[in-house]
Ligand binder design. Structure first.
Ligand code: SF4
Ligand code: SF4
Length: 360
């Protein structure tokens, strides 16, 4: 994914696809589900995956609604892998069983994310550690894919300290943990209350990897402080949201724009929409789109971006020394001439059939 992202800006880094809009929960803050929709037929889903493969999507994420309600989920994941993309799944986890987890292994799932909102279920959310604890233990035992547990802070979260307990439990089971800040119904920022801010700071210190987004995601820090971010959102280009009707949207919170059928979406659409300024960007909280923007920042201004990452890491830990791999990657990718060569080489090593095509 990294090699592809470095090679070219004319393909999506992440495409989030909705195979079913229906959900088996009804979280009070959510505007992304209904209770009635049928699953998108398998043949239609496979055509959409193929089209995203043709456009060069590096990561294809299945979300919803609740994607595990789709009866052909494993076939869709297999097709994503056959198209050479990384297969990821965002789920509420309720339907996970040992057999379901083994089936996801067999299908080739790379990565799974569950959001857990509280320790005990309440009228806002039933995505609770108490409800999901056994599912997490099963994943720790059986999953061959990476697991991230996302907890939340912000408006509507009654017990911010729960986020920390959830993060600690996730790490105790060997998973990655992140914290998200809830957006309002237009994807916009709600500044954190003081007790939420305190938990956010403690959560940041749980993360100790160099590439933990909690360390270098200055977007997230600004969001926590209620400050606008100065960034360029490349949704519609580097990030696509494909709804159940097969239309391309900027993201889950900006549906209807551009609203073009995926079948008709072209490289020209990708370039035009990625370049278009989005007025919702300063107070946006959609972290996955921020993260794709960081890869482009690295692509366009590698020296400044790496220096900022290392500075932020050292601010938390003055003894920090970058691992040898980071030094090697810096040498390979900071120089524009070497970057083209090593990007192509890395894509070939990783089995990307699109290595040459993506040079455009
Ligand atoms: S589980 Fe996810 S999709 Fe379903 S209502 Fe809750 S937040 Fe929305
Ligand atoms: S800035 Fe981009 S990701 Fe955020 S709400 Fe607007 S279109 Fe969506």
């Amino acid at each position: 994914m990294f090699a592809r992202a470095m090679q070219s800006a004319s393909h999506p880094i992440v495409a989030q696809v909705v195979p079913i809009r229906r959900c088996n929960l009804d979280c009070a803050y959510c505007n992304e589900y209904d209770k009635t929709s049928a699953p998108v037929p398998l043949a239609v889903m496979l055509r959409r995956i193929d089209r995203l493969g043709e456009l060069g999507a590096a990561i294809i994420t299945l979300s919803g609604g609740e994607p595990t309600l789709h009866p052909d989920l494993d076939a869709i994941i297999r097709r994503i892998r056959q198209r050479g993309a990384i297969a990821t799944l965002i789920t509420n986890g309720l339907l996970l069983t040992p057999e379901r987890i083994r089936a996801l292994n067999r299908a080739g799932l790379d990565y799974l994310q569950i959001s857990i909102d509280n320790l005990q279920p309440d009228d806002v959310s039933k995505k609770s550690l108490r409800v999901l604890e056994r599912k997490l233990e099963w994943m720790a035992r059986y999953a061959e894919f990476e697991v991230t547990i996302n907890s939340v802070l912000g408006a509507g979260v009654r017990h911010p300290e729960d986020a920390l307990a959830i993060g600690r439990r996730a790490r105790g089971l060997g998973f990655t943990s992140t914290v998200g800040i809830l957006h309002d119904h237009s994807g916009q920022l709600q500044p954190l209350a003081p007790e939420h801010k305190k938990v956010y700071e403690q959560f940041r210190r749980l993360q100790n990897g160099l590439f933990s987004f909690a360390h270098f995601d200055h977007f997230q820090d600004n969001i926590a402080r209620g400050l606008p971010n100065d960034w360029h959102c490349r949704a519609g280009g580097r990030f696509l949201y494909i709804c159940e009707d097969g239309l391309v949207h900027y993201c889950s919170q900006q549906r209807g724009r551009p609203g073009i059928p995926l079948e008709e979406y072209t490289v020209d659409d990708i370039r035009r929409e990625a370049a278009r300024p989005k007025e919702c960007a300063p107070f946006c909280t959609i972290s996955c789109v921020h993260q794709t923007a960081m890869l482009d920042e690295f692509r366009e201004r590698p020296r400044e971006t790496v220096a900022a990452i290392l500075d932020r890491r050292r601010a938390l830990d003055p003894q920090f020394r970058p691992p040898a791999l980071v030094n090697a990657l810096s040498w390979m990718f900071l120089d524009p001439r070497r970057r083209g060569f090593f990007g192509k080489w890395l894509a070939a090593m990783l089995g990307s059939k699109d290595g040459m095509r993506l040079q455009r």
